[in-house]
Design a protein around this ligand. Sequence first.
Ligand code: SF4
Length: 363
Amino acid sequence: SLKVLEQFKNPELCKKLLDCLNKEIEKEIRFMEVCGTHTVAIFRSGLHSVLPEKVIHLSGPGCPVCVTHESEVNAFLDLAGKDGVIIATFGDLIKVPGKKGHCLKNAQADGARVEIIYSPFDALEIARKNPNDTVVFLGVGFETTAPAIAATVMMAKEQKLDNFKVLSFHKLVPPALDVLISDPETMIDGFLLPGHVSTVIGIHPYDFIGAKYGTPAVVTGFEPVDILQALLQMVRSMKEEHPKVINQYQRGVSEYGNPKAVEVMYQVFKSSDALWRGIGLIPNSGLEFSDEYESFDAKKVFDLKIGECPSLPGCKCGDVLKGKMTPEKCPLFGKACTPASPVGPCMVSTEGSCAAYFKYKVD
Ligand code: SF4
């Protein structure tokens, strides 16, 4: 299969696809690559410098760390200071700044117990070893990660690990796209849809993009050929009144995704309204605990309040995530804000647009 993958990097094929794109594009198109991994792929492969001028790419809200709301960040920072609490988290959240620029890494230096883990199951092990403490796993991620977190919660229940809790700040991608596309300021002509999320949910949750708004949407992979082919398919389907979702990434995504994973996710969680950084409250775009599993809900156990709160001073992450601004237009970009000293989450996460622009454009 390595050989198959090689074809997706093939420069000659890329050139042919680029020629077709150049020929077929009539007017300027603004497409959003929803997922941070696509943003990185577009830069790393150098595609951004060879795409036709009429093709404008906007980064979207597809970096889970970046869309985690300010008040959610503050909530886990508050929790990190509590006696008897051990925070278990993936490493990408550790440097995300909250109020006063404070982050988990500072909290750790001040004595908070913060453990970086690589799999949610590791958090269960920490809970087992520390029976007198409460282990709170920070559940940040999209449909891609939520099923594994749900499976971990089920396992905790089975093993009666009552001192394991999850702070569920999971987000669901399709409802956010619905909000972005209906925002007149954003002006999106087409979407490149995230390959990884679609592996779980399949292609149909995006049907509304074409049906309701007449906008093309293509689920695509991460190699240059994938992206170019998807753009060509997007341009071609612009001529249709109600284009159907196209699955360019058939080697990774099946039409109905992974129903088993979705089932596990909805056993433990149910959809709920959620706050997104820069976007605000989006109905049914988050996951909260179902009644059966609510004893694992850190939000309830610690009575955490999530609500509107001031955004980080000077940081334009909100506009970047909505595709209204490219990162280098932010006055702090590359000056006060760099990956070594990030002001906002879009510069922290490796999937963040600001970090990608910094690494591939400025360096
Ligand atoms: Fe925020 Fe920094 Fe990006 Fe500006 S460059 S939007 S301050 S993360």
